[in-house]
Design a protein. Structure first.
Length: 619
């Protein structure tokens, strides 16, 4: 696609959990728990509140179409603040400091007073029906001439377990929200900027890592289209695909609009009850429905079934809207006969609703109230198709396509939080914030200072094991040994099923120091880590005691005389092979010797002894 001609504009909102000891508005730990550890549960119904001007946010009004009973799991690590049974504590100063650090790294200007607001959210992810958020800084710089508009500090939402059940362990974890201007004009540019911001966040060393700890919301529009917010993109390498598919969707919706206008299409708002028509149907869905309602979309034939992005059609969009009323989906004549509905039933359906060949008929099957709500939603979305692209909040589906969630929120969504005092950001506080080294700069330093190759230095700088690496180097461990152990060795062992995560940072450091001191060979590192993982949790002892015990079991000390004796025996047993290959036998025989020694001797020592033994034999 020619994105310049299409007028693509995109911006990002990045949400990153902070790695603080306590939550944002209470003193509970920021620990995630297994649902099997829950101590209880309670239930809530949520409804939208009016703004100060007496308005109800349009997104919240959409969520209220279906009355839902939400269930919340509680733990011994959450308190009454998460339950919304107690006012919030003052804002966590550690979280604010991290947020200010990020703002300073991005060249932003802090606000003079951090005022907490309430953001209306009634999808069940907050027990209170709102999310607390606070603007911290404005206007920052990004590569390629882009800029950041705001950075906010807010509380994380509860984790959805399934359906309308949520877990309160995540609720309240401090979260920064970084919002860029709509300054990106290609899908790859969006991905590059997201990658850069992610690098800045990780450079602080004070953000959480792992799946779900960072999420990107992407705002996309094209000329003649509309701003659409795509929520919850967690995989960085999918961002460009998500943007390109949204451009494709909007382009196709505009083409559908033009085709509808050319046909003089319209929505017939007459709702026809066709329940009796399908009394003897073979369709299992229609057969068990208490009510089946139909509408006629004049001039829509062939367009409701047209694909607008991979795996999605205009009919899918209508179905998304209908599902807000609690139905499973819709049927339409662009896809029928199918699903047990016969051609004869389709013909009778068209006759009953008065549909011509160029018309499309949509039916909804459910209870009377839900069916009536759903068919109304279908008409709303069909009317939107006549205008082009509606402003929406959408969720990402697998592989990068999207589905409708709710309308874009408006100004009525925000109102002041009266239970949290404002926090002043004076000049002294701002100037006391130290700016950490960027990970990209750190990788370059590792190349210069430690002699690591560029690829290894980059991997190490961006790794979650960076603090362990820096501690090992500070303790005198050779940087290459430390980096390869933490990256390659640990990754390969984990791939083979070794529970590497059970080996503590202190044990890894002690092991690397033992290798550096010559108490174990570096070739024994994989076996020793495997042994430490196997025996983890099996008893006490300091890291030094556990590492020494592992070395004694897996790689006991072997003297040089013992090495010479083993090498002499192995070469003698394979004399014919050695004479045939000459010094070319060094490699194969090296593997045999090292396997017998099980990594208890440094490979350089073995190579030296073996080389000398071969030369003597061949002489």
């Amino acid at each position: 696609m020619n994105y310049k001609e299409l007028g693509l504009k995109a911006g990002i909102e990045i949400h990153q959990q902070l790695d603080t000891a306590e939550k944002l508005f209470c003193r509970c730990p920021t620990l995630l728990r297994d649902t099997s550890e829950r101590t209880g549960e309670f239930y809530r119904y949520l409804r939208a509140t009016e703004s100060e001007l007496g308005e109800i946010d349009r997104a919240a009004r959409e969520e209220m179409k279906l009355v839902r009973k939400f269930c919340y799991y509680t733990y011994d690590t959450v308190c009454l603040v998460e339950h919304d049974e107690e006012p919030p504590a003052p804002m966590n100063p550690e979280a604010l400091e991290v947020c200010l650090t990020i703002a300073k790294m991005l060249g932003m200007t802090p606000v003079e007073q951090v005022q907490t607001m309430r953001k209306l959210v009634i999808d069940g992810s907050n027990t209170s029906g709102f999310q607390r958020t606070a603007l911290v800084a404005l206007s920052g710089a990004l590569p390629d001439g882009c800029r950041i508009e705001t950075i906010c500090l807010e509380e994380e939402a509860a984790q959805r377990v399934e359906g309308d059940t949520f877990s309160l362990d995540r609720l309240g974890i401090p979260l920064v929200e970084i919002t860029t201007a709509p300054c990106m004009h290609t899908p790859k540019a969006v991905q590059r900027i997201a990658e850069y911001i992610g690098m800045v966040l990780r450079s602080t060393g004070r953000v959480k890592r792992g799946l779900g700890t960072i999420r990107q919301d992407i705002n996309v529009s094209i000329a003649g289209g509309a701003r659409v917010e795509i929520k919850g993109v967690q995989e960085l390498n999918l961002i460009a695909e998500v943007v390109s598919r949204e451009v494709e969707r909007q382009t196709n919706l505009l083409a559908v609009r033009d085709a509808l206008r050319e046909r003089g299409a319209r929505v017939d708002h007459t709702v026809v009850d066709v329940t009796e028509l399908f009394a003897g149907t073979a369709s299992s869905i229609l057969k068990k429905a208490k009510s089946i309602l139909a509408i006629r979309l004049c001039g829509f034939a062939g367009l409701v079934g047209r694909e607008i992005q991979p795996g999605r059609r205009l009919g899918s969009e209508m179905s998304d809207y209908a599902k807000k009323c609690g139905v499973g989906g819709i049927f339409h004549t662009d896809e029928l006969p199918a699903y047990g509905v016969t051609a004869e039933e389709v013909a009778r359906l068209r006759e009953v609703v008065g549909a011509a060949e160029e018309d499309c008929v949509v039916i909804v099957a459910a209870g009377r109230e839900r069916a009536g709500c759903a068919i109304e939603q279908v008409m709303i979305r069909a009317e939107m198709a006549l205008s082009g692209v509606p402003e929406e909040t959408r969720k990402m589906l697998e592989e990068g396509s999207t589905a409708y969630m709710r309308p874009l929120p408006g100004a009525a969504r925000m109102y002041p939080e009266t239970d949290v005092f404002p926090v002043e950001i004076d000049l002294d506080r701002w100037e006391s914030i130290a700016v950490p080294e960027l990970l990209t700069d750190r990788a370059e330093r590792f190349v210069r200072a430690f002699g690591l190759d560029e690829a290894l230095a980059h991997q190490m700088a961006f790794s979650e094991r960076l603090p362990t690496f820096e501690a090992a180097v500070a303790a005198g461990v050779r940087p290459t040994t430390a980096a390869r152990t933490l990256l390659a060795t640990c990754r390969e062992l984990a791939r083979d099923g070794v529970a590497v995560d059970r080996v503590s940072k202190e044990e890894i450091l002690t092991l690397l120091s033992a290798v550096e001191a010559g108490r174990a060979a570096k070739e024994a590192i994989p076996d020793l880590i495997t042994e430490l993982a196997r025996t983890a949790g099996g008893g006490g002892g300091t890291p030094r005691e556990r590492v020494d015990a592992a070395i004694a079991r897996m790689a006991p000390a072997v003297s040089r005389a013992d090495v010479e004796a083993i090498v002499h025996r192995i070469v003698a047993e394979r004399e014919a092979f050695a004479r045939e290959k000459g010094m070319g036998a060094l490699g194969p025989l090296m593997g045999v010797v090292m396997q017998e020694l099980r990594g208890s001797v440094d490979g350089k020592v073995v190579s030296e002894v073996l080389r000398r033994e071969l030369k003597e034999l061949l002489a």
